[in-house]
Ligand binder design. Structure first.
Ligand code: CA
Length: 229
């Protein structure tokens, strides 16, 4: 996996645990951002726009609970899944009782295999294409595992960039994506690409999708960007 891979934000004050977690997530093909405390986590959430957050409960100053509570009340971060890490099961019970809105809880010491499975389970819900699932929009079907796209039953050949572009759009039909957001998601944040490149590839995608006569499912939103449907 290269661009388009989900970004995981790891928030853990214990350096060794932070590194091990980061290493394993990268080995799974994720892009990893790391924060060592709650303040840094809140800054990185804005900078990195992670797809999922693995958040330690016990952090100095701003606790994991407080970070979780803040993110779950913000409209722009509310839907980002949060997996809380906690040292004891009683803590998990307390976190649950506090209704912080965490999506899942894992008790330390955890098995890396189990944690990875929990991360993937959350992403299947929020990033289905990245998780290799099959997506449908009207008569368009995208199989993220086999990388095949069909429209009204006929196969559509797409280049790798157009494929990633379509998967991104199909994950959230109706959502308007700015060119910058599409660049981050499809090309990756670490690569510099001109925003006009997005227009070029949207044009190619549009052409491929309408080649056999179907209506154009892509919408250009003036001054805002693009959406599917
Ligand atoms: Ca800790």
């Amino acid at each position: 996996m290269s661009a388009g891979q989900p970004t995981v934000l790891v928030v853990e004050d214990e350096p060794a645990q932070r590194e091990v977690l980061g290493y394993n997530l990268e080995a799974e093909g994720f892009r990893v951002a790391k924060a060592e405390n709650g303040e840094e986590a809140l800054i990185l959430v804005d900078e990195e726009q992670p797809d999922i957050i693995v958040l330690d409960w016990m952090l100095p100053n701003v606790s994991g609970i407080e970070v979780c509570r803040q993110l779950k009340t913000r409209p722009d971060t509310r839907n980002v899944p949060i997996i809380m890490l906690s040292a004891r099961s009683e803590e998990v019970d307390r976190v649950r009782g506090l209704e912080t809105g965490a999506d899942d809880y894992v008790i330390k010491p955890y098995s890396v295999v189990e944690l990875m499975a929990r991360v993937r389970a959350q992403l299947r819900r929020t990033r289905p294409a990245a998780a290799g699932l099959r997506l449908e929009f009207e008569d368009i079907v995208l199989d993220a595992e086999t990388h095949r796209v069909t429209r009204d039953g006929s196969e559509i050949k797409l280049g790798p960039t157009e494929f990633r572009l379509l998967s991104t759009l199909m994950e959230k039909p109706g959502r308007v994506w700015s060119r910058e957001q599409l660049l981050d998601r499809v090309w990756g944040r670490d690569i510099y690409v001109d925003t006009r490149t997005v227009d070029v590839h949207i044009g190619r995608l549009r052409k491929s999708l309408t080649m056999s006569g179907g209506t154009d499912p892509l919408r250009t939103v003036r001054g805002a960007g693009y959406s599917l449907g």
